[in-house]
Design a protein around this ligand. Structure first.
Ligand SMILES: *[C@@H]1O[C@H](CO)[C@@H](O)[C@H](O)[C@H]1NC(C)=O
Ligand SMILES: *[C@@H]1O[C@H](CO)[C@@H](O)[C@H](O)[C@H]1NC(C)=O
Ligand SMILES: *[C@@H]1O[C@H](CO)[C@@H](O)[C@H](O)[C@H]1NC(C)=O
Ligand SMILES: *[C@@H]1O[C@H](CO)[C@@H](O)[C@H](O)[C@H]1NC(C)=O
Length: 323
């Protein structure tokens, strides 16, 4: 059944039961009915307003781009000792400008890994907040790293939406595939939370460009997360227009791409069962599963062994392209 059909059924059922109720009351208590009609009207008005509000403002809740000084200062890689960074602008097909940082290894170095990590950010903060992670991929794992601000985030133009973020992902993949050095390296997608949904989108749409995927605390779909965070809104989660259907997309990722799953067992935002299901649904021949019993949604990166597991995965399971 399509979502629209579901919506219609829900609305029709509600309308039906209230009219039956009104009819029954009407035959017995004409006075009460008047009052009931009035309050139905008032309550109906309130709930309609509330629902309209939720419908229009959900983007602000799902993509809180301004939170944690999101549009303020964006730190640059040199502050983290990566002096040869490039700050680039990527133009999307629909006219937005995305800000990105690229840090490159010397391809002539004897220990060149020939691997590139694309960091896909969660829904809060700006790319400057994730430079310590960029540094680990760059300095500890010897990888080239690309990180970009989704539209509406940091100093990128536009307004975040599922449709827009997918265009942004198309744009960054086009950039990587046209770059002399990066296009000739193995690409590893690293996606946390919302970034995991973007990673699944990229891998299912551009499988030949992707050579490894790391997913952390990500969801089956946003609709399925709502009842967990906001139980009161559970019954109206069908009104959520930002869907990110990773549950359907993950099965389209070809089995030859190795995957690594990181799960915080005390995640208070995305139910840990979601990434467990994604792990089960994935058709990858090689999947790694790591869970962190004491970790909540945002502190998985600081758990013991987290970075060792990621470094091992990148070093041992992702082949240097073409070798
Ligand atoms: C934790 O992550 C969620 C979702 O990515 C975000 O909305 C929230 O602001 C973060 N909290 C902190 C304290 O960073
Ligand atoms: C790779 O080699 C360069 C130059 O020889 C060195 O600076 C760097 O630390 C090495 N990286 C790793 C991860 O071994
Ligand atoms: C989780 O926390 C408990 C209690 O603080 C501790 O004993 C245990 O070692 C921790 N486990 C991990 C994997 O960090
Ligand atoms: C990296 O892999 C590509 C693709 O096979 C190859 O053309 C290139 O020479 C490799 N680079 C290095 C430095 O080994």
């Amino acid at each position: 059944m399509s979502d629209q059909e579901t919506d219609k059924i829900v609305i029709q059922t509600t309308a039906y039961s209230s009219s039956v109720l009104l009819f029954k009351l009407q035959s017995w208590f004409p006075f009460l009915v008047k009052a009931a009609k009035m309050s139905t009207l008032i309550l109906g008005g309130f709930s309609t307003l509330l629902l309209l509000g939720i419908y229009h403002f959900q983007s602000h809740i799902i993509y809180p781009a301004g939170l944690n000084d999101g549009h303020g200062t964006v730190d640059t890689p040199d502050l983290y000792g990566m002096h040869d960074y490039e700050a680039i602008d990527l133009e999307t097909l629909d006219g937005e400008t995305l800000k990105a940082f690229v840090v490159r290894q010397n391809p002539k170095a004897p220990n060149y890994s020939n691997k590139t990590v694309l960091v896909l950010c969660p829904n809060a903060g700006n790319i400057g907040h994730y430079l310590s992670i960029v540094k680990l991929f760059y300095a500890q794992m010897n990888c080239n790293v690309v990180i970009y601000s989704y539209r509406g985030y940091g100093h990128s133009t536009g307004k975040a939406s599922e449709k827009g973020l997918k265009i942004d992902a198309d744009t960054v993949i086009k950039y990587i595939s046209e770059d002399e050095q990066l296009s000739k390296s193995s690409l590893i997608l690293y996606g946390r939370s919302l970034g995991g949904a973007v990673a699944i989108y990229i891998a299912s749409n551009y499988p030949s460009h992707v050579h490894g995927i790391i997913l952390e605390n990500t969801f089956l779909s946003i609709r399925k997360v709502i009842p967990y965070i906001l139980p009161l809104l559970g019954p109206v989660s069908f009104m959520c227009h930002q869907i990110w259907d990773s549950e359907s997309a993950i099965v389209k990722i070809p089995s030859n791409i190795p995957m690594c799953f990181m799960s915080a067992k005390k995640d208070e935002i995305v139910p840990p069962a979601h990434i467990t299901s994604l792990h089960q649904l994935s058709k990858s021949e090689y999947k790694e599963w790591h869970e962190f019993p004491n970790s909540t949604h945002n502190d998985t990166v600081i758990q013991e062994e987290y970075w060792e597991k990621i470094a091992d995965f990148i070093r041992d399971k992702v082949a240097p392209y073409g070798r």
